[in-house]
Write a protein that binds this ligand. Structure first.
Ligand SMILES: Cc1ncc(COP(=O)(O)O)c(C=O)c1O
Length: 432
């Protein structure tokens, strides 16, 4: 027996411990949550051996599969060779990773990278470098975006439920309507967003250091702007010397069918942030920029764990795996099939109001008679899908969007099986 098996305490005891020793702000999915004890590639396993095909991958993190041996072998090797020194001593993996990102991974002339440990920290660094470079204080952001939990990143976060701090700086961020409104045509909503941006720029364009955007809003409910949107937005910002930060923390590393989702729009951001999938579960974050902008981050700075040998060696293995297995192209192709399958279900079930996404970043919006009912149906579907052996995520402003972000190597038959299970669950609900 393994140590984990001997010390197994079960879901109720875990919930009780979290309630007793954690903060009340954290929650878990499901009325009857399983205790997940192991994972292998696109699957997770409960303590009773029940297998779940994982369509959420820990919120878009384990994009190359759980405990993928091609990656963990290199993590373990590094862990057993040299774990930590901090950046004040010279180690090779971080330098190799920065070089690798610059040569063929990052778009355009983005070249220099600073490594940190999480998405919030990557965005915090991007905002800092934008301020130092432009010598301006304020930021633009899209409504209903999510950028992090630190003070500055929470300031630019537009989703009310994630703006926890009562003392956010009300002046620092100006929010622009996002290019989506369920009551409007897509192009009209995007046009309205840019019109609002134009008015703000005309009034106080020279106060902004940067605009931070998710190329496809994840937590905001899988919002894909029209093809022309970011090109026009970037040109408008350039006229005022405002930098564009692409937050690719959820969209990055191939998930949407491009290495970075902003590439779908044919532009290169000034600063790009990544985290999540870059480490496939090992904590890592990064912000990358051009030679010229990076030159402005020249006062002393350091991250104790950022770019440590273990996370850097892991990220190098992740990039190798993505390349060797052709996962970027596969996300577009097989993810497209997933989205088509969801659209087919939308055609048959009124509960699915909309299907959105690109590649393996797909969402199905559930709509009942009221907002409360929409969220409640979503939770019921999640629970029943779990019973069928599928872990589905959820997001959206009303917490009513089913999120499908599986490992990018998921076999096609598991996608088909999930769609059949969802069909069955929706058919059952339509009869209630
Ligand atoms: C787009 C985006 N930015 C930033 C973050 C924050 O990342 P982290 O939780 O690693 O700090 C998230 C987390 O979900 C995210 O989805």
């Amino acid at each position: 027996m393994t140590h984990a098996e001997l010390t197994y305490i079960g879901p109720e005891a875990i919930v009780a411990k979290r309630r007793e020793y954690g903060y009340p702000c954290t929650a878990n999915f499901y009325k009857e949550p399983p205790q997940i004890v192991s994972g292998k590639m696109h699957k997770l396993y409960g303590h009773d051996g029940k297998a779940y095909v994982d369509f959420f991958t820990g919120v878009s993190v384990v994009a190359c599969g759980h405990c993928n041996e091609a990656i963990t072998a290199r993590t373990i090797e590094q862990l057993q060779t040299l774990q930590h020194t901090s950046t004040i001593y010279l180690t090779q993996p971080m330098a190799d990773l920065a070089e690798r990102l610059a040569n063929g991974i990052l778009p355009g002339i983005l070249k220099r990278t600073f490594f940190v440990n999480s998405g919030s920290e990557a965005n915090e660094g991007a905002l800092l470098v934008a301020r130092l470079h432009t010598k301006r204080r304020n930021f633009l952001a899209l409504e209903y975006g999510l950028h992090g939990r630190t003070f500055l990143t929470m300031n630019v976060t537009g989703i009310p439920m994630w703006r926890t701090d009562d003392f956010l700086d009300q002046e620092v961020t100006t929010f622009i309507p996002r290019p989506y409104d369920p009551a409007m045509d897509q192009d009209a909503a995007a046009r309205r967003s840019l019109d609002a941006l134009a008015s703000v720029l005309a009034e106080k364009g020279d106060t902004f250091a940067a605009m931070i955007v998710e190329p496809i809003q994840g937590n905001g409910g899988m919002i894909v702007p029209p093809d022309w949107y970011f090109r026009e937005l970037k040109a408008m910002l350039e006229r005022y010397g405002i930098l564009l930060i692409a937050d690719e923390i959820q969209t990055g590393c191939g998930r949407t069918g491009r290495m970075f989702a902003i590439e779908h729009y044919g532009i290169v951001p000034d600063i790009l942030t990544m985290a999540k999938a870059l480490g496939n579960g090992v904590p890592i974050g990064a912000f990358s920029t051009t030679d010229a902008i990076a030159a402005s981050l020249n006062r002393p700075s350091a991250s104790t764990f950022g770019g440590n040998p273990v996370s850097s060696a892991t990220a190098l293995a992740v990039l190798d795996y993505i390349e060797q297995e052709g996962l970027v192209e596969r996300s577009l192709r097989v993810g497209g099939q997933l989205i088509e399958g969801l659209r087919e279900l939308q055609g048959r079930y009124r509960l699915i109001a909309d299907v959105r996404g690109k590649g393996f970043m797909a969402g199905a919006e559930i709509r009942g008679a009221t907002d409360e009912e929409s969220a409640a149906w979503t939770d019921i579907i999640l629970e029943r899908m779990k019973e069928e052996g599928f872990i589905i995520g959820k997001n959206g402003i009303g917490r009513n969007v089913l999120a499908f972000q599986p490992a990018m190597m998921i076999p096609e038959e598991d996608i088909e099986a999930m769609l059949r299970a969802l069909d069955k669950v929706l058919a059952g609900l339509s009869q209630t």
